[in-house]
Every structure is written in structure tokens, then in C-alpha cells.
Write a protein that binds this ligand. Structure first.
Ligand code: NDP
Ligand code: 8X3
Length: 249
């Protein structure tokens, strides 16, 4: 029986690489993100491998999410796997000078957006007593680094929510886990630094994780037998020991 996965943040980085990996396995895909034209391009590239449906919404907008999920055609209505991946850091500033808009963006997207999407999908999973939810957290959810304050808080929240979901959804046989990467070379730093060229230096001097590395791990997580739930996975590039220790050449 073919499974269907919904991936948020599928237009770039980890979410996009995961879409390609899942497509290779013939998993039906609901790909989400705000940039509709990117979703269309990815759809065209993958539709020879599997069935693809795209939903363009901002995870901050709970009404839009509800509408989008309700609009799914019958063949995509049953969601077996939810990858809560959409998110970003906005800014890297000490708490005393941080921007309220950046803080709102991170809490609204990384935390509340994840909750809104989950809320729209969990009822069908509890009804069927089946499903697998993977939340993309971060090493920043396990430690706090200088100027990371609110981004780290948002990812600590993702971990707490993941644990809460796992407890509450346990009676329904639903798997819940998190994948928590360290430095991954995606558009993440371009977003964090708002196009400033400092973004180009973040992954210089060492081999960062690539989006494909995380997609491979997510693929492994969803391929385990039913009785195996990978609950919490932390992955660094070899050059990185923790958020502040990176061996550079
Ligand atoms: P990218 O910037 O490459 O991708 C982010 C994705 O999130 C995009 O597809 C973007 O789509 C989507 N997104 C962002 N804001 C919204 C929004 N408001 N509504 C809907 N979708 C949104 O970064 P990554 O692939 O690196 O990030 C993916 C996840 O991995 C994030 O949760 C991030 O925190 C986490 N992570 C990243 C690490 C890294 O070093 N790169 C390390 C640890 C965790 P669009 O703009 O089209 O809406
Ligand atoms: C992304 C990794 O170290 O920039 O979550 O916070 S880091």
C-alpha cells in the first residue's frame, strides 16, 4: 500500500531534498511552501516517479492551512507521514538589540506554524489510529548559543512539543519523533542574514551537512518497522562538536 507524506517547507533545503528522496521511494507527496512556482517546478521534476500535489500556504495562517488541507483531493486526503520542516532563523542578535519582527517570525513560523499544521492533520491520524509525525528541530533545540536566544527558544519548543505529541498520541499508535541537525548548508543562512553576504561565510572552512544528508536520515526514520520509533535524533557534521565548536581549516 502506497503511503502519502505531507512535507512543509518543500521549496528549499531539507524539505526539498526529502521530497526527492521520498519520490524515489514512490511515496505520494503533498508538497507545501509559500513559493508556488518552486512547488510547480519540483512537481514537474518528480511526477514521473510518484503522485504529487502542491499546497501553497503560509504556516502562520491557520485559516489558510485549514482551507488547504480541506481542499485535498480524495487520493491525497489520507496523510500517513507528516514532516513538519518549514522554519528558519531570522537574525542573529543579542537579546538586548534583537528585532521584535524577527522574534515574531521565529515563534510564529517555527512554533505556532508547526502546531497549526499538526492540528489540521492529527485528527485524521487519531481517527485511523495510524500515522507518523517527524518534527525538524535543531541542535539549537538542545543547547543555546550566543545571539541564538529566540531561535534556540523556538527549537527548544519544537522538542517539547514533539515529546508532548508523543505522549498524547501514544494511545493511538502514532509515531512521533524529531530530527535535530547541526549546521546544514541550505538557504537557511541567506534567510537568517536577510541576503547579507555574511551568509556566504557560514559554511566556509569545513564540510557542513548537506540537505541530502538529512533527507537520507528522514528516509531511514520512516523506513523502520512499525514497532521502531526513532524518537529523537541529533546529527552534526563531523567538523562540528556543538553549536560553538567547529573545526575549520
Ligand atoms: P531553507 O531556508 O532552505 O528552507 C526553509 C523552508 O521553510 C522553505 O521551503 C520555506 O518555504 C519554508 N518556510 C519558511 N517560512 C515559511 C512560512 N512562513 N510558511 C511556509 N513555509 C515556510 O532552510 P532549511 O532547509 O535549512 O530549514 C528547514 C528546517 O530545518 C527549518 O525548520 C530549520 O530551522 C531546520 N534546521 C536547519 C538547519 C540548518 O543549518 N540549515 C539546522 C537545524 C535545523 P517558502 O519560503 O517557499 O515558504
Ligand atoms: C540551525 C543550526 O546552529 O544555525 O538550526 O542554529 S544553527
Amino acid at each position: 500500500m502506497k503511503r502519502t507524506a505531507l512535507i512543509t517547507g518543500a521549496t528549499s533545503g531539507i524539505g526539498k531534498a526529502t521530497a526527492y528522496e521520498f519520490a524515489k521511494q514512490g511515496i505520494n507527496l503533498i508538497l507545501c511552501g509559500r513559493r508556488a512556482e518552486r512547488l510547480q517546478t519540483i512537481k514537474k521534476e518528480l511526477e514521473s516517479l510518484t503522485k504529487i500535489y502542491t499546497l501553497s500556504f503560509d504556516v502562520r495562517d491557520k485559516t489558510e492551512i485549514e482551507k488547504a488541507i480541506n481542499s485535498l483531493p480524495n487520493e491525497f486526503k489520507t496523510i500517513d507521514i507528516l514532516i513538519n520542516n518549514a522554519g528558519n532563523a531570522h537574525g542573529l542578535d543579542p537579546i538586548q538589540t534583537g528585532s521584535l519582527d524577527d522574534w515574531d517570525a521565529m515563534m510564529d513560523i517555527n512554533v505556532k506554524g508547526l502546531l497549526y499544521v499538526s492540528k489540521a492533520i492529527i485528527p485524521q491520524m487519531t481517527e485511523r489510529q495510524a500515522g507518523h509525525i517527524i518534527n525538524i528541530g535543531s541542535s539549537a533545540g538542545k543547547e543555546v548559543y550566543p545571539k541564538g536566544n529566540v531561535y534556540c527558544a523556538s527549537k527548544h519548543a519544537v522538542l517539547a512539543i514533539t515529546e508532548g505529541m508523543r505522549i498524547d498520541l501514544n494511545p493511538f499508535g502514532i509515531k512521533v519523533g524529531s530530527v535535530n541537525p547541526g549546521l546544514v548548508e541550505t538557504e537557511f543562512s541567506q534567510v537568517r542574514f536577510k541576503g547579507d553576504k555574511i551568509a556566504d561565510t557560514v559554511y566556509k572552512g569545513f564540510k557542513a551537512l548537506q540537505a541530502q544528508d538529512i533527507a537520507d536520515i528522514i528516509s531511514f526514520v520512516i523506513s523502520r518497522p512499525y514497532h521502531v520509533n526513532i524518537a529523537d535524533l541529533l546529527v552534526f557534521p563531523t567538523a562540528q562538536a556543538n553549536s560553538t565548536t567547529v573545526k575549520k581549516s
